[in-house]
Design a protein around this ligand. Structure first.
Ligand code: SF4
Length: 558
């Protein structure tokens, strides 16, 4: 009979996180029954949540910023990689001002807690944490994204961004009795949608099959979640849901202190060699940081977990360019929050051409959006895919619900609204407009959700020039080929920068009752984009979808 030997499922090392003190109020040590307890007031939980969500909407980790800065210095990075990295760094700088959040999708609030066995609260922690979420989304220029299920088919925005996803566990580790650890995330829809679970078999657990598996699944992630990504791959798991959860947390570098080797007792571990190999594999895709290049990922985390012999879950998740998370802890010394970077400008280089260009890159082509649609299409028709353009003039903004309503109008035999005939359409929905500014953070949303409308809309005389983020289906390439349309890719991620520098005027022109999903007309200046799908059947992203597993050597990474 083997000896009993307890191991944590994923053991972690000491917490090296740098923290800042939020307050010493609302926490005290009390004694009872000969033991010490840490008493935490509801206000401490509310305040910590407020500060944590505020910080992660505006500030990034220094490590993430350094990775963006490294792209600018890498001679193997493409010019488009560097352009995206520079935009994201500038965006971080604007967001750090504390007015415009770094992304217009300010996410679902996700909070997990581990409460030491001698921590006393009033017992309604979820409610006090939710109050902090409520307050911060009400008071800052954030966006409400949560849709209440009123019935199976009817939904309504809760206008508070609640409910949050809150999970509190007890922490029974020796030495943690007087400590309450919390972890805060604000997960946008685009990156949440790129969490995948694959129920595989032992057949995939060998180098060749695993590489071919990843080649297919990782390229399919595409760019809709605004790369460069922090990618996590989890192999195994005591359940499907556990594999997925570990993948999500690993993408935030939550398990970075896990052991780097396995063992017969069954604990999970980080596989550093596989991390380096997968990173190399993603560099070979050519997708790059959105418009071709090397930087599809900043880094990769691979967690290998124990599994039931008849199950082989594989989970994949990403943390996007809004890499929003922060650790926190409440101890007898006070309430502490992870120290994020307040001065991202120190990562910005002196801007020179050498950071943005390289041999063979075309000039930026200026597009006057005030010209008649036929002229705009004529100009775009002369440009090869991947051409960088600078947009100036009016754009109509419409996204999911507006598209659905316009489709209903067309189905009833009504005309395509004139605004979609005359103007290019930007798929987006803004965060709140700060006082005294023309626009709130206003980046693109995922284009793929609008794919099914394109052919019908173009045949009805609208949506000939579309602007958004991410890859599109073959149906869109075919529609643009048949109807003379174009899809321009906007950089996903730098929503604060777009609001501060490029969007000069915003007005609602249709469906005002839809809030951020209304139809808007905006005026843009020097709005950067890339030609992704043209009117001749070309699609930049289709080029990156070719299987390349057979070209990747299996073996130790160089
Ligand atoms: S950076 Fe992109 S994927 Fe991330 S929250 Fe913003 S829009 Fe969504």
């Amino acid at each position: 009979m083997p000896d009993f030997n307890y191991v944590d499922l994923i053991p972690t090392g000491p917490d090296e996180t740098p923290y800042r003190l939020i307050t010493t109020e609302g926490v005290r040590v009390v004694e009872a029954a000969g033991r010490k307890f840490l008493e935490v007031d509801p206000e401490a939980l509310r305040l910590l949540t407020f500060e944590a969500i505020k910080d992660i909407q505006h500030l990034l980790r220094p490590g993430h910023l350094q990775q963006l800065a490294n792209i600018l210095e890498d001679p193997e990075a493409s010019a488009n990689d560097r352009f995206v990295a520079m935009d994201l760094l500038k965006n971080a700088n604007v967001a750090a001002g504390g007015v415009l959040p770094m992304c217009q999708d300010t996410g679902t609030a996700i909070i997990s807690g581990k409460k030491g066995s001698h921590v006393l609260t009033t017992g309604q922690d979820e409610e006090h944490l939710s109050r902090g979420v409520f307050d911060v989304y009400q008071q800052l220029n954030l966006r409400y994204s949560q849709m209440a299920p009123v019935s199976m088919w009817e939904e309504r925005n809760t206008a508070t961004n609640l409910p949050a996803q809150i999970e509190i566990y007890s922490d029974t580790k020796p030495g943690h009795e007087l400590q309450y650890e919390l972890f805060f995330m604000a997960k946008g829809g685009g990156s949440a949608n790129k969490s995948y679970l694959f129920q595989e078999t032992k057949a995939v657990l060998n180098p060749k099959a695993f590489e071919a598996f990843l080649d297919d699944k990782l390229r399919a992630i595409g760019t809709a979640a605004c790369p460069p990504y922090h990618l996590a791959v989890v192999v195994g798991g005591t359940s499907a849901e556990y594999a997925l959860k570990v993948a999500k947390y690993a993408s935030t570098r939550y398990y970075d202190s896990a052991p780097v080797g396995g063992g017969a007792e069954g604990h999970g571990y980080r596989d550093l060699e596989m991390e380096a190999r997968i990173l190399k594999q993603t560099q070979e895709f050519g997708i790059g940081a959105q418009f071709g290049g090397k930087y599809f990922c900043h880094d990769v985390r691979v967690i290998r977990l124990p599994r039931h012999g008849a199950s082989a879950p594989i989970a994949i998740a990403v943390s996007c360019s809004a890499d929003r998370q922060a650790k926190a802890k409440i101890t007898p010394e006070g309430v502490f929050l992870e120290q994020l970077e307040h001065d991202p400008a120190r990562f910005l280089p002196d801007v020179t051409h050498e950071h943005l260009g390289d041999a063979g890159v075309q000039e930026v082509v200026t597009i006057d959006l005030a010209r008649p649609m036929s002229e705009i299409r004529e100009t775009l028709s002369t440009l090869p895919i991947k051409t960088r353009v600078s947009l100036n003039g009016p754009l109509v903004v419409a996204r999911d619900i507006a598209h659905s309503r316009i489709k209903d109008m067309l189905d009833r035999g009504e005309q395509m609204p004139q605004y979609l005939q005359d103007h290019a359409v930007y798929y987006a929905g803004p965060a709140k407009t700060p006082e005294g500014m023309a626009s709130g953070s206003f980046g693109p949303t995922t284009a793929g959700r609008m794919d099914s409308y394109v052919d019908q809309f173009q045949k009805a005389g609208g949506s000939f020039v579309m602007l958004a983020k991410g890859n599109r289906s073959q149906a869109v390439t075919d529609a643009c080929d048949a109807n003379g349309g174009f899809y321009l890719g906007s950089i996903g991620g730098p929503a604060a920068l777009l609001a501060a520098d490029c969007i000069k005027k915003v007005e609602v022109i249709d469906f005002p009752e839809l809030g951020m999903e209304a139809v808007w007309k905006i005026e843009v200046e020097n709005f950067p984009a890339f030609v992704v799908v043209d009117d001749k059947g070309n699609d930049f992203f289709a080029e990156t979808m070719r299987p390349i597993a057979n070209r990747i050597p299996v073996g130790a990474p160089k």
